[in-house]
Design a protein. Sequence first.
Length: 127
Amino acid sequence: MLLEYIAIFFLMGGLFFLVVGVVGLIRLPDVYNRMHAMGKCDTLGAGLVLIGLMLLIMDITNITKLILIGIMIATINPIVTHLIAKTAYNRGTPMVEGSFLINDYVASQRRRRRQRVEEIKKGDGNS
């Protein structure tokens, strides 16, 4: 009986974080904020739901399947959110007003490419 209450606690906690992620997806202003809310809440919510299901299901094969699903979610979700952010940034998707960058990786890569092209042009001009 106590185990069922603990499982319900985990299931409700997971449901809470999934709902908060959806609300963040609807309410936040730009793609970067939305992606951050969904990435964090989705991973935590799915993990809590899977823990709750593991407590309810006492069969070792089903628990093993749930553990594998959890590992896949915990691995794939951060990778996908990173790719979404990188693609949005590379395409020039605007940030909400008031946002700023601390380290502009793409601009530094463009500067390096420009320097290499200038060095190559100088080398070709001297030949």
